[in-house]
Design a protein around this ligand. Structure first.
Ligand SMILES: Cc1cc2nc3c(=O)[nH]c(=O)nc-3n(C[C@H](O)[C@H](O)[C@H](O)COP(=O)(O)OP(=O)(O)OC[C@H]3O[C@@H](n4cnc5c(N)ncnc54)[C@H](O)[C@@H]3O)c2cc1C
Length: 481
């Protein structure tokens, strides 16, 4: 990759191609997770599927791998080693087909954009807890939504995928066209192509009954035990989370919560308020300090979990739990409860089951989650010291719960590097590796949770993919991102 080849590429794409030393380099390489210092060989900012194809062909010609990225929410797991980071943040078109109840989203679209566009037609997608997570990264990895126990993983609501293959071809795949590749993309992550657009099913949900019960942190064991017993009894129309929350004393946190710690139950009910209130009653009877439950527009769900809607530095990791008994709650309280001196902002347990646990014949590579609960622990890491403390504590939480480990990681909640065999079931992983071998035998596409091609060709990969040096072209000739 020299000055001339970079300028030739720039002339061929509508987007930008930024290399080290360019003005705007640090902005271009930044991830949503500000604690992750991404150092790629170059950052490509395509504006269309054709741009993506040009960039992938360019990368191949010059012996580079390509790492697609939407927002960088899961950048902690991505090992960029002199690769071209392909950021889709400028590809932002959303269109809704109200009659077919589907959305078509470009690769860089955030969930908040789909939520707003779908709600205008009385529809909702299977968004997660955060408004600014990318629809594509989330759906390729599974996608646990507030509506998940009723409608399943977002990956299994994907009806078609448009992508650029590792050899630079534009393709549209669905159940009838390249079904194996379509299967792999739905839950297998970003190893199989650079996705340029997705089509997803939407559901007729305008309003939900949802909210949070806040209790003092001291009541952790009592509240979480009551919640886990309650969760086992609720219908699939109820999706809930039990959680320790320790808010930092910073102005960004609203006054009643700032600097305070709680054990909370968050939940969403797909039913009217009367039916929902009846189901919620046993938890309300515990006399929470604050109760925010109400009927709300489905668009407000993106704030229920109080996730940051802008980039922050953090470290988190998760695990799937085969079950949650009283001993597990004791273990959790000991490591994250009132006397644990935990530096973590949030330790949450999400109730799975329902449609999240039911594979359909047409499901993708992550057909279901074989676990009753999912745990995720996270802390803010603005300084190296806080990073060390948070990392140690996240690992301590996972270790404390290891007896209840379901034996498999969930791709979207795995923010450290996790081998494929720990994410997918053996049969699915073997099939994913065969699909990878067919579509990207030389492992050009680098995912945060990579799937290696079935036929290993280490020797050829090593010689063919070794990156050449980047020679920065003159600054004056360059367009800015
Ligand atoms: C605050 C917060 C809240 C979250 N809430 C939830 C939740 O409720 N439910 C849930 O399931 N998960 C949740 N997650 C996890 C989230 O789904 C994952 O981090 C997911 O990978 C984010 O996708 P992204 O595109 O935003 O991130 P990125 O880091 O940009 O992408 C992650 C990976 O997806 C792949 N990818 C992205 N775009 C493309 C593309 N165009 N083509 C090919 N591959 C691509 C790549 O392999 C990339 O490394 C949350 C994460 C955070 C930080």
């Amino acid at each position: 990759m020299n000055e001339q080849s970079i300028e030739t590429l720039r002339a061929r794409i509508a987007g930008d191609f930024v290399v080290p030393g360019d003005p705007g380099w640090d902005e271009a390489r930044r991830a949503w997770n500000l604690a992750v210092d991404q150092r790629p060989a170059a950052v490509a900012l395509p504006e269309s599927a054709e741009d993506v194809a040009e960039i992938v062909r360019f990368a191949r010609r010059h012996g580079f791998r390509v790492a697609p990225q939407g927002t960088g929410h899961n950048s902690g797991a991505l090992a960029i080693d002199g690769d071209i980071l392909l950021k889709t943040e400028r590809m932002r078109a959303v269109s809704i087909d109200p009659a077919a109840r589907t959305a078509r989203v470009d690769a860089g679209v955030l969930w908040t954009e789909v939520t707003a566009a779908a709600a205008a037609h009385g529809l909702a997608g299977l968004s997660g807890s955060s408004p600014d997570v990318g629809v594509v990264g989330y759906s390729l990895g599974g996608g646990i939504s507030w509506l998940g126990r009723r409608y399943g993983l977002s990956a299994n609501s994907v009806t078609a995928v448009e992508l650029v293959t590792a050899d630079g071809r534009l393709l549209r795949v669905d159940a009838d066209h390249e079904p194996d590749l379509f299967w792999a993309l739905r839950g297998g992550g970003g190893s199989f192509g650079v996705v340029t657009a997705l089509e997803l099913r939407l559901y007729p949900v305008r309003e939900v009954y949802a909210g949070i019960l806040f209790f003092p942190l001291e009541r952790g064991a009592q509240v979480l035990n009551a919640w886990r017993e309650w969760a086992e009894t609720v219908p699939d129309e109820v999706t809930s989370v039990g959680r320790f929350l320790q808010f930092p004393p910073i102005p960004a946190i609203p006054e009643p919560l700032r600097g305070k710690s709680f054990v909370v139950v968050e939940a969403t009910f797909l039913m009217d308020w009367f039916a929902a209130s009846t189901i919620l009653q046993p938890l309300r009877a515990l006399n929470p300090a604050m109760d925010t439950f109400a009927t709300i527009p489905v668009t407000d769900l993106e704030h229920l979990h109080m996730d940051p809607d802008h980039p922050v530095p953090g470290y988190g990791d998760g695990m799937l739990l085969r079950e949650l008994d009283a001993e597990a709650i004791d273990a959790l309280v000991a490591v994250a409860g009132v006397n644990a001196r935990s530096p973590l902002l949030s330790v949450e347990i999400r109730h799975l089951g329902g449609a999240l646990a039911e594979a359909q014949p047409e499901s993708g590579a992550l057909a279901k989650l074989d676990a009753k609960f999912a745990l995720f622990a996270v802390g803010m890491t603005p300084t190296p010291e806080s990073r060390t403390a948070v990392e140690l504590h996240v690992h301590a939480v996972k270790k404390a719960l290891s007896r209840w480990d379901a034996g498999r990681a969930y791709l979207n909640f795995a923010e450290s590097r996790s081998p494929g065999a720990s994410i997918w079931a053996p049969e699915a992983y073997a099939r994913l590796r065969r699909v990878k071998a067919k579509w990207d035998a030389n492992d050009v596409l680098r995912s945060n949770h990579p799937v290696a091609p079935a036929e290993r060709r280490h020797a050829r990969v090593a010689t063919r993919i070794r990156p050449t040096r980047v020679t920065a072209p003159s600054r004056t000739a360059r367009r800015q991102p």
